[in-house]
Design a protein around this ligand. Sequence first.
Ligand code: GTP
Ligand code: MG
Length: 149
Amino acid sequence: PERSFIMVKPDGVQRGLVGEIVKRFEQRGYTLRAMKMMHASKPHLEEHYKDLSSKGFFKDLVAYMNSGPVVAMVWEGKDAVKTGRKMLGETNPLASAPGTIRGDFCIEVGRNICHGSDSVESANREISLWFKPEEIIAWDPCIKDWIQE
Ligand code: GTP
Ligand code: MG
């Protein structure tokens, strides 16, 4: 099954939205495989967002992401990457539909609460950047047959 790397950004943590974001993925039927809180270093965040290093906002982005702790997670289930992005909303919260996380909780692109991998390849890269293999937990939710055909 597909996995995505989902992260509550420092503003999401400060605003008490960790539970809300976890709840949405749980309720949708995804399985939590890994989770940890950490205050990520600037070099770690520069590596995470390296595809954006040429952008004018890169320095501000890294400072924002380094401004407090984040909650990093691995969620697993059918179409986790694309559906996870839909649940997050658009990069610009003002373009995000109500009902999405960004569409319900924020208004600024530079304070958009959550991160989600943009492809399966990015997900694999990000999961191995943020988690050691032994931090990814194999377990079977007892409700799985009520979620998966
Ligand atoms: P992530 O899930 O965080 O990767 O967001 P995304 O995939 O929707 O957007 P992208 O990867 O292109 O950009 C990463 C992050 O950089 C965004 O979530 C924003 O926080 C920030 N960002 C993107 N574009 C802008 C911009 O034009 N201005 C500012 N200030 N920040 C931006
Ligand atoms: Mg992105």
